[in-house]
Design a protein around this ligand. Sequence first.
Ligand SMILES: Nc1nc2c(ncn2[C@@H]2O[C@H](COP(=O)(O)OP(=O)(O)OP(=O)(O)O)[C@@H](O)[C@H]2O)c(=O)[nH]1
Ligand SMILES: [Mg+2]
Length: 347
Amino acid sequence: MSTVIIILVVVALIAVATTVVVRRRHRPAVVAAPPAPPLPEVLVPEEAPRPELRDEPAMRSRLGATRGVFERLRGLGAGEVGEDVLTTVEEVLLRSDVGLATTEAVLDALRRDGAPEGVATAVRGVLRASLDRPREVVEEADEGRVAVWLFVGVNGVGKTTTIGKLARREGERGRRVVIAAGDTFRAAAADQLALWAERTGADLVRAHEGADPGSVVHDAVGRAAARGADLVFADTAGRRANSANLLDELAKVRRVADRGPGQVLETLLVLDATTGQNALSQAREFLAAAQVSGIVLTKLDGTARGGVVVAIERELGIPVKFVGVGEGVDDLVPFDPDEFVDALLRA
Ligand SMILES: Nc1nc2c(ncn2[C@@H]2O[C@H](COP(=O)(O)OP(=O)(O)OP(=O)(O)O)[C@@H](O)[C@H]2O)c(=O)[nH]1
Ligand SMILES: [Mg+2]
């Protein structure tokens, strides 16, 4: 009997022990978390200082994509210009969008004169010679009048951003600017200008969405005259129900801006370089309706087809006065043909 009891106790003990082991096995493992690495002292690295834009190498880097297209051409040597060299030059120029007429002019010059100082130098000479228009901006109005610059162009090309950048440039030169939020097509346009005005210290005249753009510009000229400001920058809408409407409206804005104390000194057509040859056809529509005095070519930093500067001047016969080379407030510079051709063609 006692043997039976001992066996039963042993069996019971074994059963209990097995259950405990099985339960243990099923218990989820607890993994200790590794110690968190210490937080870096600077969470957002400080922005590297921007290179001074007037430095030629800085312009080179902003035009880096287009400069890349010219690389093959920069690698060509001096001396006789054979068919293979002409083919390379032609390909590079067409790819960079300088246009057919300029490409032909360059090839003719190479055939005629060769390239005694190297192909890049020869090409640079012809491109530079084609960019020989006067391109100074007019800033001084007649005695007792207020200088007005109008900014026109289709939507998204960079009109509002250009106004902000120019307001900053003029402000730094000690000039007082009034911005007219003449794009009343959408309220956000005036909000965007309000930010720029705040950043640059310019004065802003705005009205409600759908207001008459002419009256906004009229009020801005009035305010500039009353406060003795130097310049009015008038933004305009880039879209309307149809383009005929848009161009009619621009003509009306211009008439209003050029009355009373207002004097329109510049009508700047803003074009987006990344749209290449499309920019040219847009431009032709505007030229027919507005008295455009200069081109602002934006987004040159974002295209490999920066040669379009040359095509635009040649085909429209209107000087490029400013170029946009980035989204920052300092990224708008007066167009300098020497700096431009050097950025593409100097080693
Ligand atoms: N990379 C680059 N971007 C630019 C440049 N100029 C303008 N942009 C950008 O282009 C976009 C459109 O610019 P806006 O100034 O709003 O264009 P807009 O012509 O006023 O457009 P609408 O008001 O719609 O008619 C913005 O994101 C700008 O930051 C430039 O030179 N380089
Ligand atoms: Mg705008």
